[in-house]
Write a protein that binds this ligand. Structure first.
Ligand code: ACM
Length: 635
């Protein structure tokens, strides 16, 4: 649709849904959607070669509070690009926001975005959709500062694949200041995630104040030492910790809400509670004293099922519901060890309970979350628990978050529970991203960006149960992550792959296209000062007679060739990065050979040669090495 220079709301609203083919003037030639570099890829996109050259002053219409909320973000985005935007409630405008799409297909989070030669129209059923239209709109701009404000004309209709698109951050094992939490949420929202799962308590620290139990943060928020740089073998014995005040939490909640992100706070019970036991030893099913743990490890002393423990839990979860207005509260429930079960077996209160109710010791594991899920339901909230908790005794509306084996997903869904998939082998972003020898401290084995991208959570469930799958969550456990720099390094770029599998329909997912689109995102991440793992340069043989075997977890490609003479081609992972390489296999530095164009190598029959390369950005950031072993079999 070609719009007049200025157009009125009513006219635009009426025209917005006229199919492009029937409109008077067409924007002309289309271009590949990949060129736009959008992540997550929207469902339906038409991209035109023609541009909208945005003038230096524009008017934005916004009439209700949701529109104004999104319009304020838009205004500050445009301001950073040198465009002065005025918000108006009616009259002509170049950018129009509408929340009256009245389109059931779009649902609450879908949107349409139309950019023509004269203006842009964002339409949705709610502020959520409008906000996602804005994220797409922002991605149409060249992220490099100082570039002009011309964007491709587009017609986009988009809505998400999953309802629950979550990011977990563990702030117990390491404490992250509120500025980092805000950046974490901002990044998630940029990629259209809508849940921030905040892991607030564990054996290594309790991070939220509960007025009736002040020692939780006076004692429980501090451990007598920590892993230096997240290295479990290098312990500093300096006091470490911190907690969030009510005021800080309220600010974070408001920050997230404006970005349509729901916070799901987690208080982990009945295991992983050592920080609480250090503060109030009477909560334990065994005799103390207890100390907030320096190191990570499965805790062996669970909560006691005494009445006063439940009075404590009522106070904690009651206060949590006042601090966090979102619908969901996470009760943890993971990793109650065999030794912990034995502790219950020897605890007189637990033993009496088991005798009275004819329970085994395993049944005590779900007793805690089941009781607290009922308590939360009475307050109009919905509980989430990890899949370690046996589901059959939980209230039916309890959501199960599955991180263990994929078979549990089907089992729990068939028991009538809604499920979230957070499969640890695919969605734990604290696992390293490539060969651990070249990575910072992280859990092994590697989970590569390609593996995240190729994960299809829906396939874990039979078709009949798929409506039970609310969505997916990526987790950043922080046992080995001590700094914000390392945190974003672990998250990125895999968070982009995760965002795409969470939002984009399966049939539109295409890995090579995704990799192309990441180029533009790396530029955005750099300008927004997010640290990320720069992927190693891609490296391959170009002779046509070679077969390549990729071993991404070792940053290695093996090139089997019949020819003694192969052309080696490399490609930088991030625009503007320089590639350096060695032919000896040694890890290159900036003093190594600079790659400029494909080069020939000669490998004798029956011989092999290892080529190693790295990429370095103009700002000095270096990638891990990528290596190619060329093996000539001479046939
Ligand atoms: C978990 O990783 N223990 C949920």
């Amino acid at each position: 649709m070609r719009l007049p220079q200025f157009f009125a709301v009513a006219i635009f609203s009426a025209l917005a849904f006229i199919p492009a083919a029937t409109r008077a003037a067409e924007p002309g030639r289309t271009i590949s959607v990949t060129r736009l570099g959008l992540i997550p890829l929207p469902r339906h996109v038409i991209a035109y070669a023609a541009l909208w050259h945005i003038p230096v002053t524009v008017r934005i219409t916004a009439t209700d509070s949701a529109q104004r909320n999104v319009a304020h973000f838009l205004q500050s985005f445009l301001k950073k690009r040198g465009i002065a935007a005025k918000l108006v409630s009616n009259g002509p405008a170049q950018i129009m926001l509408s929340t009256t799409a009245a389109d059931t297909q779009l649902g609450r989070e879908g949107y349409r975005l139309e950019v023509t030669g004269n203006g842009a129209m964002f339409s949705a059923n709610s502020g959520h959709g409008l906000f996602y239209a804005l994220q797409t709109f922002e991605q149409l701009f060249n992220p490099v500062q100082g570039t002009d404000n011309a964007i491709h004309q587009v017609a986009i209709t988009d809505w998400p694949r999953y309802r629950w698109r979550g990011m977990l951050l563990d702030c117990s094992r390491h404490f992250f200041p509120t500025a980092v939490i805000r950046r974490f949420i901002r990044l998630a929202a940029h990629y259209k995630m809508n849940i921030f799962h905040w892991h607030l308590t564990d054996d290594q620290g309790w991070r939220v104040q509960i007025p009736q139990y002040p020692k939780l943060t006076q004692i429980g928020a501090w451990r007598p030492g920590s892993e230096l740089d997240g290295n479990p073998n290098d312990i500093s014995h300096k006091r470490y910790g911190g907690f969030y005040t009510d005021a800080q939490i309220q600010q974070i909640v408001a920050y997230a809400r404006r970005r349509y992100v729901t916070i799901v706070p987690e208080i982990d019970i009945p295991g992983h509670c050592t920080a609480a036991l250090a503060a109030y030893p009477w909560l334990a099913a065994a005799k103390g004293p207890f100390h907030v743990r320096i190191r990570w490890g499965v805790s062996n002393v669970p909560l006691s099922p005494a009445r006063r423990t439940f009075r404590f839990l009522d106070a904690v979860f009651g206060y949590l519901t006042r601090l966090f207005p979102g619908h969901y509260i996470h009760l943890g429930g993971d990793e109650v060890s065999r030794r912990a079960l034995q502790v219950w077996a020897h605890n007189p209160i637990a033993a009496r309970l088991m005798r009275q109710r004819h329970w085994t010791v395993e049944r005590l594991h779900d007793y805690f979350p089941a009781k607290m899920a009922q308590y939360l339901a009475a307050k109009g909230r919905r509980a989430v628990v990890w899949d370690d908790v046996p589901a059959k005794n939980l209230p039916h509306n309890t959501i199960i978050e599955c991180w263990n084996s994929s078979s549990i997903v089907t089992k729990d869904a068939s028991l009538g529970h809604d499920v979230i998939v957070a499969e640890c082998n695919r969605l734990y972003l604290n696992y390293c991203q490539g060969d651990p020898r070249f990575e910072p401290h992280a859990i092994v084995p590697a989970i590569t960006i390609r593996q995240v991208y190729h994960f299809n959570p829906s396939a874990l469930l039979p078709k009949a149960l798929r409506s039970r799958l609310l969505g997916i969550e990526a987790c950043l456990w922080s046992e080995r992550i001590a700094t914000a720099r390392h945190l974003f390094y672990q998250a990125l770029p895999r968070e982009m792959a995760f965002a795409e599998i969470a939002w984009t329909p399966l049939k539109k997912q295409y890995y090579r296209g995704f990799v192309h689109r990441t180029s533009r995102q790396y530029l955005w991440l750099s300008t927004a000062h997010y640290n990320f793992r720069m992927p190693p340069p891609s490296i391959r043989c170009r002779g046509g007679r070679a077969t390549l075997t990729r071993v991404p977890e070792r940053n290695l490609v093996v090139c089997h060739t019949a020819s003694n003479h192969e052309m080696v081609q490399m490609m930088e992972p991030v625009p503007g990065a320089a590639i350096y390489y060695t032919r000896s296999g040694a890890i290159p530095t900036v003093h190594a050979l600079r790659y400029r164009k494909p080069f020939a190598i000669l490998v004798g029959t029956g011989k092999r040669q290892l080529i190693s390369s790295i990429a370095i950005t103009p700002s000095g950031a270096s990638s891990a090495p990528s290596r190619m072993m060329v093996e000539c079999n001479g046939h």
